[in-house]
Design a protein around this ligand. Structure first.
Ligand SMILES: Nc1ncnc2c1ncn2[C@@H]1O[C@H](COP(=O)(O)OP(=O)(O)O)[C@@H](O)[C@H]1O
Ligand SMILES: Nc1ccn([C@@H]2O[C@H](COP(=O)(O)O)[C@@H](O)[C@H]2O)c(=O)n1
Length: 209
């Protein structure tokens, strides 16, 4: 069986999750059970449970060193080889992994979404289709403020400080340059109906082959 791994990369709050989840939700009931799955790069943030909470708030979460990309690469290889994996789950409020894992079965179509997927050479080799969600950074910041305060337990001040200290500089150092590794660059992210339909058609085509 040929399996296809699709990477959806882009800035924080650019709409990667919305884009990926829209494709997944619109296809999941049409396809054979278990044919499609989604994995988040955020699940592979390093475990920091050994560090005091105050230390964890100081981590640069937008630098590649914050992630355990080796484990992610290993899991993608296992999934491609037909093995199920235990994907970590991440707790943004505690800035570390939670003690639960999520079993992911080897789907024919695997969508992977995350900020630094296309900046890591080893990870890039795992992807058959590479998409970059290209959303202006000011829009990402506005969305991030709202989302992080509503869903990730952040204050406005903490979002602004983190944005200036790490999110914005790391975007220019790592994420934006990685756009050139993409096969497709998508504007308007999760609301780009044409782009969503193109990826859906490609997935259906691959599953018919
Ligand atoms: N095109 C869009 N228009 C309006 N809101 C959007 C759009 N794309 C994403 N959002 C919202 O912005 C927030 C961040 O989007 P999300 O998909 O979680 O970003 P990412 O996964 O890239 O961090 C979410 O609350 C989401 O609903
Ligand atoms: N403890 C953490 C871990 C990550 N972040 C931020 O999450 C962003 C990536 O997730 P998206 O869903 O927004 O793509 C990244 O920019 C990190 O700054 C965090 O704030 N705290």
């Amino acid at each position: 069986m040929t399996r296809t791994i699709i990477a959806i990369a882009g800035a924080s709050a650019s709409g990667k999750s919305l884009f990926s989840q829209t494709i997944y939700n619109e296809l999941v009931n049409e396809l054979e059970p278990g044919a499609i799955a989604v994995i988040e790069e955020d699940a592979y943030y390093k475990d920091q449970s050994h560090l005091p909470f105050d230390h964890r708030t100081q981590t640069n979460y937008d630098h590649p060193d914050a992630f355990e990309h080796e484990l992610m690469c290993k899991h993608l290889t296992q999934l491609r080889n037909g093995e199920e994996v235990e994907v970590p789950t991440y707790d943004y409020a505690q800035h570390t992994r939670s003690d639960k894992t999520r079993t992911v079965m080897p789907a024919e179509i695997l969508i992977v979404e995350g900020i630094l997927l296309l900046s890591d050479k080893a990870l890039r080799k795992e992807f058959d289709i590479k998409v970059f969600i290209d959303t202006p950074l000011d829009i990402c910041l506005m969305r991030r403020m709202q989302r992080d305060m509503e869903q990730r337990g952040r204050t406005l001040q903490s979002v602004v400080e983190q944005y200036q200290a790490t999110v914005r500089p790391m975007f220019y150092q790592f994420i934006e340059p990685s756009k050139h590794n993409a096969d497709l660059v998508v504007t308007r992210g999760g609301m780009n109906r044409v782009a969503i339909d193109i990826i859906k058609s490609k997935i259906k085509y691959l599953l018919q082959k």
